[in-house]
Design a protein around this ligand. Structure first.
Ligand code: SIN
Length: 277
């Protein structure tokens, strides 16, 4: 097994390994690399849903996503699907999964089953690298701030996005959670500081009026959206990608109209983040 950096900012490539058949020492190395790099990519995996679940369980409990349609007979696995005749994709803008939860999912493990002939790449942003590159003055401004995250606008009854997804998002009545997290997160496993607000689910900075909060969030988002903090993952069938939601953003590019894209996603349980600053 070899593990190498995928880009300067984020991600690691894990080669010559079958995730179904990892020794304890290989798993420990992969775990360390996951926290060092924020995301890992494995090619040529041949996984049944049971294998995918077994790999996820080596990391801890599964955090079942309540809004994505599950794979039939496998409630632990969410479908990330866009049919050839659908226009909107899942996760097609910068976000981090589950930041609206008190204990956001530690990470997500996505397995590619059907990939368009071109397009459908996923961008990842490294939040520790982006934090490190912030001007000192901005680091001071955000050091003790917290932000509120929520999901009603995406998954709730009145969400236009949910309605436009044509049945791929379920349980609108389960939406409405909000959680407050520090903007500068000290990662619970790596100890690295990173930016923990995201355009998908962050609603407002606590103690600021909406206009002031929007302006500061826009500055942070513009900073993270600079390409030097990104890695562009090009999918092949049989690829497995896993990312740490506390250390990355991701954005699934929707540039493959007329083609099907189908992946299975498992989210892994995380810890409460309210104390981690
Ligand atoms: C997601 O946001 O979890 C989907 C990512 C992808 O489809 O590449």
């Amino acid at each position: 097994m070899q593990i190498s950096k995928a880009s300067k900012a984020v991600g690691g490539l894990v080669e010559d390994v079958d995730v179904k058949d990892l020794s304890d020492s290989q798993f420990d190395e992969i775990r360390q690399a996951f926290f060092d790099y924020g995301a890992l990519f494995f090619r040529d995996q041949d996984l049944t849903p049971e294998d995918h679940i077994a790999f996820a369980k080596r990391w801890g409990e599964i955090d079942v996503n309540r809004f994505f349609s599950p794979v039939p007979d496998y409630p632990e696995i969410a479908e990330v699907l866009k049919e050839a005749d659908q226009e909107l994709n899942i996760g097609g803008s910068w976000h981090t999964d589950h930041s609206y939860d008190e204990a956001p999912a530690m990470g997500s493990i996505l397995y590619a089953l059907d990939i368009p002939p071109s397009g459908g790449d996923t961008l990842f942003a490294g939040m520790a690298t982006a934090y490190e590159a912030l001007p000192q003055e901005m680091k001071g401004r955000i050091a003790n701030l917290k932000a509120r995250h929520g999901n009603d606008h995406a998954f709730g009854e009145t969400s236009e996005y949910r309605k436009a997804m044509g049945g791929r998002l379920i349980n609108p009545e389960a939406a409405g959670q909000q959680a407050v997290h520090p903007i500068v997160l000290t990662h619970p496993d790596s100890g690295k500081k990173g930016i923990y607000v995201n355009p998908g689910f962050t609603l407002q900075i606590e103690g600021m009026d909406k206009a002031e909060s929007d302006a500061l969030l826009a500055e942070l988002y513009a900073h993270v959206q600079q390409p030097q903090f990104h890695y562009r993952h090009v999918w092949e069938e049989g690829m497995l990608a896993m990312w740490d939601n506390r250390a990355t953003w991701h954005n699934a590019l929707n540039d493959y109209q007329g083609h099907r894209r189908y992946l299975h996603r498992i989210t892994m349980e995380g810890v409460p983040l309210s104390q981690t600053h």
